[in-house]
Ligand binder design. Structure first.
Ligand code: SF4
Length: 228
């Protein structure tokens, strides 16, 4: 099993890549007021299988009509489905959101996940993973963005660009990539490296035709010549 995900260490170090990406896209600093963990969790559930624009439209529609999580938990299922329809998979997402709100209220005695950010990282992770429909990526997003914990969410851009750069094993799944990167990316770089790597995937290292000529990482990218 280990052999399947083993990567041939080559190419650039994480710190070199981080420096180049910062030069290209700038530093990224966690906001002083990070998002609330429950808000971030629901937003991330809404992001599944859709783009950022429709995720945001679904979230705004939901919060606009049902401003508190108590309102969302108490609303008829069909109303929630209608409010988030623009984000796709509305029935499945409504069911998950209302179910997780029920579990959180039962555990916390209130509809808040603020306690999560004070837990040790492994406990916070176990808490989130125990919620139905919450996988590795959603867990890592809440931990990194809302709680500032060491976590490295792997989305489609990070998986593709990371494999091309040789920092993710070529056959790794997103979950395996997360486990692979977590001990390799210094905790203090996780936030900005995550954001800048996605930015690079969107702007330069495109899925079909990566723009290797002029790419700031090309001199150390093992895929530079093959990918163009
Ligand atoms: S050199 Fe090409 S394949 Fe490598 S990171 Fe840059 S755009 Fe992607």
């Amino acid at each position: 099993m280990e052999r399947r995900v083993k990567v041939k260490e080559q190419g650039a170090s994480i710190s070199w890549l981080d420096r180049k990406l910062v030069a290209a896209y700038g530093d990224r600093v966690r906001p002083r007021r990070p998002p609330d963990p429950l808000d971030e969790l629901v937003l991330t559930v809404l992001s599944q299988n859709t783009n950022d624009r429709n995720r945001d439209r679904a979230y705004q529609s939901l919060r606009g009509r049902l401003p508190t999580w108590e309102d969302v938990a108490a609303a008829p299922r069909e109303e929630v489905v209608g409010l988030i329809r623009v984000g796709g998979l509305a029935r499945q997402k409504s069911e998950r959101i209302q179910a997780m709100l029920g579990v959180i209220r039962e555990r916390e005695g209130t509809l808040s996940l603020r306690r999560l950010c004070g837990l040790p990282a492994d406990e916070a992770k176990a808490y989130l993973r125990s919620l139905k429909g919450v996988g590795e990526k959603t867990t890592a997003i809440v931990m990194l963005f809302a709680c500032g914990m060491a976590a490295f969410p792997v989305d489609t851009h990070i998986l593709r660009v990371g494999k091309r750069l040789g920092i993710i094993p070529t056959r790794a799944t997103a979950d395996q990539a997360h486990a692979h990167l977590l001990p390799r990316v210094p905790a203090e770089l996780m936030y900005r490296f995550h954001i800048n790597l996605i930015e690079h995937g969107r702007r330069v290292c495109h899925p079909r035709k990566p723009a290797c000529t002029g790419c700031c990482l090309s001199i150390k990218c093992p895929s530079a010549s093959k990918a163009e």
